[in-house]
Ligand binder design. Structure first.
Ligand SMILES: Nc1nc2c(c(=O)[nH]1)N[C@H]1C(S)=C(S)[C@@H](COP(=O)(O)OP(=O)(O)OC[C@H]3O[C@@H](n4cnc5c(=O)[nH]c(N)nc54)[C@H](O)[C@@H]3O)O[C@H]1N2
Ligand SMILES: Nc1nc2c(c(=O)[nH]1)N[C@H]1C(S)=C(S)[C@@H](COP(=O)(O)OP(=O)(O)OC[C@H]3O[C@@H](n4cnc5c(=O)[nH]c(N)nc54)[C@H](O)[C@@H]3O)O[C@H]1N2
Ligand code: SF4
Ligand SMILES: [Mo]
Length: 904
């Protein structure tokens, strides 16, 4: 039974009294350091760690509400097989027996692991080692395929290795930052604040945003280029030509440190007769294009900061290389304030790449292309059955699950039924698959419904292990509280299964640090710098080398000081900036220019369609399993929406704030129309977060075509042509409920409240007019009040249990009626005297009282109307004075970009 008990070493430092632990935020790739206060086995407060180099004490709204995500609500507490709770022994035997039998009958490629950039490095390392070294298949892929595959492949092509050529300090010292295909004001708020602060200190610094949408980041930029979706490589190829024509190349750098410049320039030129063609290809004004080119050319220190608008594309690798080409051509790389900076999305996408968790990698920045690399890993692991070829990439992997070739899949820390393109195919594939294992923390995730075996995983605050953020900084997450029920660390679960598959000796780890040491040792195994004096014939150079940590003590590991790799004999304290010596990880030590033929997205819209773009909102994290539990994080944006340009609204007869339906691939998405000039004509934007646990029909990726980049397999998630039409509701309303319910309406969307939930509802069917419409949902209630308010055209129904308000429903056929249910939300679960019962029914929810408008500041709950009033009254003339009066923007600062828009 020892596999269900925490060893002393993994038990929390303290389960009584207050302790403070230095740990990390588990959300985005910024990788902020946190100081968490723990009391009675609970994290009761978090604040930014001033010593952590990623954030120097700051946290965004997601990080600063981490402690509110805790609690047993929806936690998975026990392993399950086919819906029944079982012991860990039974669960891991079920998996091992099934995998063994499948492998024996159909070979190692009939099984697969699908992992996540949210696993810790130690979890990732053992999963990768088990599949690639011992089961003998390359079929380990990860959600990083949906996220970082393009950048990874581009780095490899240009630099010889997947190394990010930049660090956060460069964002403070750059004189110009080109933010392309990224919205850091929402997605990487703390590094964004760093850029803005640097510009405040020196207004000569420039921020250029290149994004088809006018995002929060774009609004605060010196220049915004709303380019045609997918035209980014035209933009950077055009820049390369411009730099050559204007005599702005660094010929010396090109000659000394690069290879293939002429061909890259000639290829770029082959698509344009002159620079005005570039403006046409990008669909922007020539003057704007030239203004941005001039900034790049004339500024010494330039960073290009790029993310999913570049990566999630059928030609994402080329786009990233088009960017890198321009930095190499001007020598704006490998020095302070200059570089092509691919920002990572997930907290440990980098760690995943370091262990080799993509199916196209082997381990520790070694690959399958070279048999010496395979041999190196084989010897180090003493692997009996090393994989010798790449495995399947995510989209192909689920295709083969669907075709029946893959017969057993283990999914860890990711929710592919929501996040994969053509997500309904993934659903069908998992339905058919004979063995689906899901390691998860929460019950309310869409993928878990298709699991044969569910494994309860420990999560943030409970598990210990290392992560690497976007700028190569390794930090260690601390185990501060005991995991609930029988939940276990992912690496422990994987090693238990490895033991049962017969690989006990190779997976004999007692503590996360044992795995970390092995990973560190592998990174330095037969690895020497090409210019090193002591160099063995068979050595294979990798920049990724953390071998100085191969013997780290447990206590040093637990108190690890965040450090940027490489960390080796030559650099025991890490390295701030990489490629400063112009020595790259290629065979000839020179960086490669890659000739790029710019391409548009593969599937363009027909006349009846619009282009669907998708991405993040400020306060939610991915499929909402954690952030969807926090009431205040639901206030900034509380419903799936569709941002539409006014021309398209007219063309498709869509009304503002009404529902519309998108369709593609036989799937629908229902969201609230938001008419805005922030969108270009013919293009819409939808948030990625909502799913079947939070709304009727809002899994956006079910509408995304599974088109991928041929070079890296990353899907074109930012670009899918879809149809759009009004939803044609006949009524709309809301339900406030103490319990979660299954809504029978064709549209619903769930919002977490401080107490209970709120459901926004609409339907195409007419509504009844008495309490029987709720009777099926609440069979236990027999105390109802119903009021049909003819004047306001509202039906209101309140249900009580023991005189306490249990649910409240209001609806109207007037679709423009704006309800404000704040007062009523506050009455939930309270025993109400007659007077209050009367107030509930009196229409207090529709008189606008207490309506603060759209929520801007989630930390202090300050709404748009309150801000407008304060400005109108003449009391507030700046963001700072708003903060003084209303507190907005004074905690995490995530809303500052929006506060600024009130003054522009
Ligand atoms: N709040 C929040 N933050 C997050 C996350 C989250 O879920 N919530 N997730 C994290 C993860 S895993 C990731 S990967 C990152 C993603 O971080 P980002 O990539 O910054 O975020 P996205 O919103 O996906 O997309 C960025 C922008 O790309 C633009 N875009 C779309 N198509 C094109 C195009 O063709 N060209 C250009 N130039 N731009 C285009 C979109 O309009 C969008 O504004 O965020 C991380 N941070
Ligand atoms: N249309 C569209 N689709 C997209 C994107 C887009 O921009 N547009 N972006 C893509 C990108 S960049 C990404 S990164 C993906 C993200 O998509 P997913 O990875 O599918 O999203 P998450 O909600 O982060 O899923 C992580 C799951 O792991 C669980 N979990 C959390 N901690 C642990 C742990 O310690 N152990 C275990 N076992 N489980 C844990 C969480 O509860 C959650 O259910 O979405 C991709 N899909
Ligand atoms: S920027 Fe926010 S979400 Fe990202 S690591 Fe920092 S606190 Fe967490
Ligand atoms: Mo991501």
């Amino acid at each position: 039974m020892n596999d269900i008990i925490f060893t002393d070493k993994q038990s929390p430092a303290s389960i009584t009294g207050q302790t403070i632990s230095k740990t990390n935020c588990p959300y985005c790739g910024v990788g902020c350091g946190i100081e968490a206060t723990v009391e009675n086995n609970k994290v009761i407060a978090v604040k930014g760690n001033v010593e952590h180099p990623a954030n120097l004490g700051r946290l965004c709204v997601k990080g600063s509400s981490l402690h509110e995500t805790q609690g047993l609500q929806n936690r998975i507490l026990h392993p399950r097989v086919k819906g029944k709770n079982v012991s860990w022994d039974k669960a891991t035997s079920t998996i091992a027996d099934h995998f063994k039998a499948t492998i024996a009958q159909y070979g190692p490629d009939s099984v697969a692991f699908y992992l996540s950039g949210q696993l810790l490095t130690e979890d990732y390392y053992v999963a990768n080692k088990l599949m690639k070294g011992f089961i003998g298949s390359g079929n380990v892929d990860t959600n990083s395929r949906l996220c970082m595959a393009s950048a990874t492949a581009a780095h490899k092509r240009a630099f010889g290795e997947d190394v990010v050529a930049g660090c956060y300090d460069d964002l403070s010292s750059a004189e110009a930052i080109f933010i392309i295909g990224a919205n850091p004001a929402y997605a990487h708020p703390i590094v964004y604040q760093r850029m803005i602060k640097a510009r405040e200190e020196n207004p000569a610094r420039k921020i250029v945003v290149i994004d088809p949408r006018r995002t929060a980041s774009a609004k605060d930029a010196d220049l915004h280029l709303a380019i045609k979706p997918g035209s980014d490589a035209y933009f950077y190829n055009g820049l390369l030509i411009y730099l050559a024509e204007q005599g702005k190349l660094d010929k010396d750098y090109i000659a000394k440190h690069c290879h293939g410049f002429e061909q890259a320039l000639e290829t770029a030129k082959s698509q344009f007769s002159d620079i005005s063609d570039v403006a046409i290809a990008c669909d922007i004004e020539l003057s704007l294009l030239l203004e941005s080119y001039q900034i790049f050319a004339e500024t010494d220190k330039v960073v290009t900061f790029f993310s999913q608008g570049i990566n999630q594309s059928s030609s994402g690798v080329d786009k990233a290389n088009a960017i890198i080409n321009c930095h190499l051509a001007t020598g704006k790389i490998g020095r302070e304030g200059a570089g092509a900076f691919s920002i990572t999305g997930q907290p440990n996408a980098m760690g995943g790449r370091e262990v080799g968790g993509l199916s196209t990698q082997l381990a520790a920045h070694l690959h399958f292309e070279n048999s010496n690399e395979i041999d190196l890993v084989k010897r180090f692991w003493q692997a009996p059955n090393i994989a010798t070829k790449p495995g399947l990439k995510a989209v192909d992997m689920f295709d083969e699950v669907n075709s029946g070739k893959i017969k057993a899949i283990w999914i860890m820390a990711t929710n592919p039924v929501v996040s994969m393109p053509n997500a309904n195919l993934v659903k069908r594939a998992l339905e058919k698959c004979p063995m689906v294992v899901v390691s998860e923390c929460y019950e309310n995730t869409d993928t878990i419904n298709y699991a044969d075996v569910v494994l309860p995983a420990s999560t943030w605050g409970e598990k210990q292990g290392s992560v690497t953020n976007s700028d190569r900084t390794i930090s260690v997450h601390q185990s501060m509280i005991k995991a609930p029920g029988e939940a276990k660390n992912d690496w422990q679960i994987i090693t238990d299964v490895a033991h049962k598959l017969g690989f006990k000796d190779a997976f004999n780890y007692q503590h996360a640090v044992d795995i970390f040491r092995e990973h560190a040792a592998l990174s330095g195994f037969e690895n020497s710098h090409p210019l090193a004096e002591k160099k063995a014939e068979k050595d294979i150079y990798r920049v990724f080398d953390i071998s100085a940590l191969a013997n780290i003590s447990q206590s040093d590991y637990e108190n690890f000081i965040p450090t940027k790799w490489p960390i080796n004999v030559a650099n025991p304290n890490g390295v701030q900036r990489i490629f400063t010596d112009g020595v790259f990880a290629t065979k000839n030590q020179k960086a490669n220019f890659i000739p790029i033929i710019a391409q548009l997205p593969k599937i363009l819209p027909d006349k009846t369609q619009v282009v669907m773009n998708s991405g993040r909102i400020r306060d939610q994290w991915h499929t909402m399993s954690r952030t969807g539990r926090v009431a205040k994080l639901m206030t900034h944006s509380d419903e799936p929406y569709i941002a539409v340009n006014p021309d398209d609204a007219q063309r498709f007869q869509l009304a503002d704030k009404q529902l519309a339906v998108l369709s593609n691939l036989s799937a629908d998405y229902i969201g609230r129309v938001n008419i805005t000039n922030e969108q270009r004509t013919g293009e819409i934007f939808v948030p990625i977060h909502w799913n079947d646990n939070f709304s009727a029909s809002a899994r956006v990726s079910a509408l995304v075509n599974p088109i991928t980049d041929e070079l890296c397999g990353q899907p074109e998630l930012k670009h899918s042509p879809v149809r759009i039409k009004p939803f044609n509701a006949v009524w709309s309303g809301y339900l406030i409920s103490s319990q979660t319910v299954n809504c029978p309406t064709s549209y619903w969307s769930k919002i977490q409240l401080e107490q209970g939930h709120k459901y926004l509802l609409s339907d195409k069917q007419k509504l009844g007019d008495d309490e029987t419409i709720l009777a099926n949902i609440y069979p236990q209630i027999d105390d109802w009040i119903v009021l049909k308010d003819a004047q306001q055209n509202v039906l209101r129904i309140a249900g009580f249990i023991d005189n306490k308000l249990h649910c409240f429903f209001a609806a109207s056929t007037d679709l423009n009626l704006k309800f404000n249910s704040r007062y009523i939300e506050g009455q939930l679960n309270k025993a109400l005297p007659i007077k209050t019962r009367f107030a509930l029914m009196s229409g207090i929810d529709s008189n606008g009282k207490g309506d603060v408008g759209d929520m801007i500041c989630s930390c202090f709950q300050v709404g748009e109307k309150t801000i407008q009033e304060a400005i109108k009254s003449g009391q507030c003339k700046s963001v700072a004075s708003l903060g003084e009066k209303l507190q907005c923007g004074t905690n995490c600062g995530s809303c500052i970009p929006e506060l600024k828009t009130f003054f522009t």
